[in-house]
Ligand binder design. Sequence first.
Ligand SMILES: Cc1cc2nc3c(=O)[nH]c(=O)nc-3n(C[C@H](O)[C@H](O)[C@H](O)COP(=O)(O)O)c2cc1C
Length: 235
Amino acid sequence: MATYEHPYPSPELSAAHPFVVHAHEPVDDNTMRDRALSFHALMDGRRSVRMFDDRPVPRELIETAICTASTAPSGAHMQPWTFVAISAPNVKQQIREAAEEEERTNYLDNRMNEEWQAALAPLGTDHHKEFLEVAPWLVVLFEQRFGETDDGSKKTHYYVKESVGIAAGMFVTALHQMGLATLPHTPSPMRFLQRVLDRPETERPFVLFPVGHPLPGVQVPDLARKPLDEVAVFL
Ligand SMILES: Cc1cc2nc3c(=O)[nH]c(=O)nc-3n(C[C@H](O)[C@H](O)[C@H](O)COP(=O)(O)O)c2cc1C
């Protein structure tokens, strides 16, 4: 077992702030390898889908996925995120209409430059966002640019985008693990979500997730993922 010259927490630190022993079950290498390979296989089967079934999804599942996402690490443990979960048809309709209006400008009036449009060509995305009304849930993840202290003054949040990005990834992972599908959707600019969902000025929409069961037989672009040597360097 490694020994430390400067143990954490120091006696002064643990006198000033509460600490607990982390409950961790040791796992042998073979078990870890088995777990790692099966989790990779599970996650490698995740795909973004753009056609959802209208089959309802119990609210409890959305709540649990949000709780899982909210276990994400965050700068100074500020957890600077708000998940707004929508199943109300009239709100979904408003979001679809506003998203399609922005996307029409992006796709049809060339607000996206040629390079961007060329990158999207293999995905075949366009300004039609019917899935925003068909999916049983829309979950909009907002980043909290700053928070509020008990006396109502401004509280600084640290590494907001990094923290919210990790929470977003864990949300996608939680949904896939339970058998649901999603699509990280960014109908840019997304400011309309703040207005439609009546969120405070301190928040900014980060990503919009339609959530549900994939439409049976749904097609996805035939994409390959980069091999390990293109995404990792070991020293
Ligand atoms: C931050 C982010 C924004 C995205 N925005 C959109 C979007 O607005 N519309 C869309 O159809 N797909 C969007 N995607 C989905 C990507 O196109 C998709 O993840 C990528 O093509 C890889 O496919 P896969 O998710 O099936 O592996 C977005 C993904 C991310 C991570």
